[in-house]
Design a protein around this ligand. Structure first.
Ligand code: ATP
Length: 284
């Protein structure tokens, strides 16, 4: 893989040629400007993150294909959050390379630049604007997207309203658009935040434990929602809930992290029957 990185000089600044295209639905993989000619959207190669000598990530290698929904599992402390922190620029790796497409070197960019290059991250706790309505939250998310040429107080055009309505349906909040976000259930707030990320049309969406704290019914609906996004976005989901992972992995790849490295990779069925994975989860 290293030879791929060498083909183009890493960029210092984010200029991947993205531009707003309001004439089409969010429901497609937007790759304008991002070089994914080798089929992958994310390449992590030999990543190590040391905290005072302790390796939270240890020579990690991982690729995500365009349009893939990849589940990442692993016991507590395996390095899942630290890996997402590296991808989003929150933590700098001690060694290794992290590329977005073929040419965008994430290790040289700020968190802000990475977000604007098209990597959206949903943290465990929902962070919606509690005093504002569901609709206003989605509207603000759209207006915060620097590619959209509008101001906070400009009226939305019909295409923009259409896009919000489409996302409202997807996140199961149509009919609730005028509710104040602070009054939503925990699960609904999580969906709203996913909707806010989708308004910005990320090319890669990172979801950190999206169903933690959700009711069983909300978990089922979240699985449905992610299955609807399958193939339309490239998505990485970190999750402990194995039933949920089974629902959304659907024969796709699941990566098991352990002690900062990839322990196993394969379908859910394959990793579940892997002796090393069983040992790590059940203890020695
Ligand atoms: N800033 C830090 N300083 C020191 N050690 C850290 C730091 N951040 C993480 N670690 C350690 O690195 C290891 C990996 O942590 P990380 O949070 O990435 O694991 P995780 O797989 O996300 O765990 P969980 O499933 O519990 O969220 C842990 O041992 C953690 O204590």
């Amino acid at each position: 893989m290293s030879e791929m990185y060498n083909r183009a000089a890493p960029q210092e600044t984010v200029d991947n040629g993205q531009h707003a295209d309001h004439g089409t639905s969010y429901a497609r993989i937007k790759q304008d400007g991002l070089d994914t000619s080798h089929g992958a959207i994310l390449y992590l190669e030999n990543i190590t993150v040391s905290f005072d000598g302790f390796k939270a990530i240890n020579n990690l290698n991982l690729d995500i294909s365009v349009g893939e929904l990849r589940c990442i599992i692993g016991p507590n402390g395996a390095g899942k959050t630290t890996m997402m922190d590296v991808i989003t620029g929150k933590t700098r790796p001690t060694a290794g390379t992290a590329f977005f497409g073929q040419t965008i070197d994430l290790t040289r960019m700020t968190e802000y630049e990475i977000a604007h290059a098209g990597i959206g991250r949903k943290f465990q706790r929902p962070t919606v604007f509690e005093q504002h309505s569901v609709f206003e939250n989605l509207e603000m998310a759209m207006k915060m997207d620097k590619r959209v040429k509008t101001t906070l107080f400009a009226r939305l055009n019909s295409e923009q309203v259409g896009k919000i309505e489409e996302i409202l349906k997807l996140i199961r909040l149509n009919g609730q658009e005028n509710r104040v976000a602070g009054l939503l259930s925990h699960g609904q707030k999580q969906w709203l935040e996913i909707g806010m990320l989708l308004m910005q049309e990320p090319q890669l969406l990172l979801l950190d434990e999206p169903v933690a704290g959700m009711s069983d019914a909300e978990t089922v609906r979240t699985a449905e929602l992610l299955n609807e996004l399958r193939g339309k976005h490239s998505i990485m989901v970190v999750e402990h809930d194995m039933g949920f992972v089974e629902e959304i992995s659907q024969g796709g790849k699941v990566t098991v992290l352990h002690e900062g490295s990839v322990l196993a990779e394969g379908t859910m069925q394959q990793v579940q029957s892997d002796d090393r994975v069983i040992e790590v989860y059940l203890g020695r």
